[in-house]
Design a protein around this ligand. Structure first.
Ligand SMILES: [Ca+2]
Length: 235
């Protein structure tokens, strides 16, 4: 039986270091697209920014006008009026995704509080506010923000919408979309191998690949023949 112990230890370590995070979406930093120069105002339908659709109103595609949070380009979500942009990406129904982005505000004019909403297909619309009191063109004061949703479709549309009227809107950069959990296969009644190795009901998002499950299944069978002391851990 001794030869099974190193295998068990190895598999346990593998399980602990698997990361459940995958990057999704494209051009979240707005770095690729038609060079905006200092800035370019874009109206709905303009295809200047790769992978992004301008859904309504207008935005300013910012180049050298102010420092981006990441890279050299960002967005003023209000061009001459409140604008809206979206991107569609593939999702897994039932899986939870975390969207992170950095927000600031055009300091050239009011209102002081720059506001926008974020919404994903099937998710809740959430409001975001940036206080631009201390912002200048040289020091925008970008702040990290987060939006979470659980996918209800295989294609999800993520939409950022300015709710700031006028030409001085919320600034947006560095959008990242990451998968945070894997659907709980314990819900699949046809598959009960998880129960055999005693995986807890809530696995805290640890991702277990099919290949690993097979190994762990073998280990579970091996452990059935292990000394009493080793089996104790499963209870
Ligand atoms: Ca950028």
């Amino acid at each position: 039986m001794k030869k099974f112990i190193p295998l068990f230890v190895t598999v346990l370590m593998l399980s602990l270091f698997v990361t459940p995070v995958f990057a999704l979406g494209e051009n979240g930093s707005f770095e690729t697209g038609t060079d905006p120069g200092a800035y370019t105002e874009l109206s709905s339908g303009a295809g200047n920014i790769d992978n992004w659709t301008i859904v309504s109103g207008s935005i300013d595609y910012i180049g050298t006008y102010w420092p981006a949070f990441e890279g050299s380009r960002s967005i003023d979500m209000s061009g001459t009026a409140a604008g809206s942009i979206s991107q569609t990406f593939t999702t897994v129904i039932g899986t939870t995704y975390e969207v992170t982005f950095d927000m600031a505000g055009n300091p050239d004019g009011g209102p002081v509080d720059k506001t926008m909403t974020v919404m994903a297909t099937g998710g809740l619309e959430e409001d975001y506010t940036f206080d631009s009191t201390d912002s200048t063109l040289a020091a925008m004061g970008w702040l990290p923000k987060k939006y979470t949703f659980t996918a209800t479709a295989t294609d999800t549309i993520l939409t950022f919408t300015s709710t700031t009227a006028g030409s001085f809107g919320p600034a947006l950069d560095n959008v990242k979309i990451e998968e945070t959990t894997i659907p709980d296969e314990d819900e699949d009644e046809d598959e009960d191998s998880e129960d055999e190795i005693g995986r807890p009901e809530d696995n805290h998002g640890w991702y277990v690949s099919t290949a690993e499950k097979e190994v762990r299944h073998d280990v579970a069978q091996s452990r059935a023949g292990m000394p009493e002391q080793s089996k104790k851990k499963d209870r």
